[in-house]
Design a protein around this ligand. Structure first.
Ligand code: ADP
Ligand code: MG
Length: 260
């Protein structure tokens, strides 16, 4: 169908652009035709257009937040196989995906062996939070420690702290792989302290709490960090087994059963 340009469509295009309503601009003719066919009244037509604009705006904002969160690979819960992770409490994870802990400014600690799905679950929670309008930032602990040390050297700590202070959810992935330096540990603790009761933190770790001292370099700091993190906190255990190892073993068993 050829688009007929009248004075009013030209003006409408102009006004919708000026008002920054690109979805209404793109969709209005199509929706007008459908509404005419279905006998939808003027207010119903306007409502449909507003809903489309709003939905598209929310989608774009979620995409922007997701980009700003800097997730390594944005995983979703749909690809998490709970049958392959019997240690993981499924109802608890489904509850976490509702992001109410963020409203309550509570924390989450995911604890389990390497490869047991901690980063997958932390990232899926981050994606969910972005979709619900939360400001999220993902860091590997070593990456954040380095960033904090650099910012300190360049006298940019205040700026970095204020950026972190604007977040609703801070994800600290892999506490425990590389011990932070004493100064790095102090700076990390400072971030956790500032987040305390103001925003939520998700920490993933392969270390039992007793061993956190090795990473944070001091009993005092470990005690104080754990105190803050675990005060209002959900602890999720992901188990002692790596998902990939378990899958590889399962496939091998399947193959040998076929051979037999
Ligand atoms: P961790 O952070 O505990 O070391 P990851 O979350 O990085 O482990 O998991 C390692 C890999 O295995 C990732 O690609 C992840 O998507 C996958 N994985 C782990 N657990 C599961 C699971 N239960 N279902 C599907 N994929 C999983
Ligand atoms: Mg991980």
């Amino acid at each position: 169908m050829r688009k007929i340009e009248t004075k009013s469509t030209v003006l409408l295009n102009h006004h919708l652009k000026a008002l920054k309503l690109p979805t209404i601009l793109a969709e209005c003719e199509k929706v007008a035709a459908r509404c005419a066919k279905e006998n939808v009244d003027h207010l119903g037509f306007l409502l449909q257009l507003c809903e489309l604009e709003l939905l598209e705006r929310e989608r774009r904002a979620a995409a922007r937040r997701l980009k700003a969160a800097k997730l390594p690979t944005p995983k979703v819960l749909d690809t998490f196989d709970f049958t392959a992770a019997p240690s993981v409490n499924k109802p608890l994870i489904l509850e976490l995906m509702k992001c109410e802990y963020i409203e309550q400014r509570e924390n989450v600690i995911l604890i389990g062996a390497s490869g047991s799905g901690k980063t997958h679950l932390a990232t899926a929670s981050a994606v969910e939070a972005c979709g619900r309008g939360k400001r999220v930032r993902f860091f590997r602990v070593t990456e954040l420690a380095t960033l904090l040390l650099e910012a300190r050297e360049e006298r940019q700590l205040t700026r970095l702290r204020s950026q972190l202070g604007k977040l609703d959810l801070l994800v600290l992935d892999e506490l425990g792989y590389v011990p932070a330096s004493r100064v790095g540990a102090e700076l990390l603790f400072d971030v956790i302290s500032r987040a305390y009761e103001r925003s939520s933190v998700i920490v993933t770790t392969n270390l039992p709490f007793e061993e956190w001292t090795e990473v944070l370099c001091s009993e005092r700091l470990t005690g104080a960090t754990l105190d803050r993190l675990t005060h209002r906190c959900t602890i999720v255990e992901t188990g002692k087994e790596s998902y990939r190892l378990r899958e590889a073993r399962r496939r091998r068993r399947g193959a040998s059963a076929e051979e037999a």
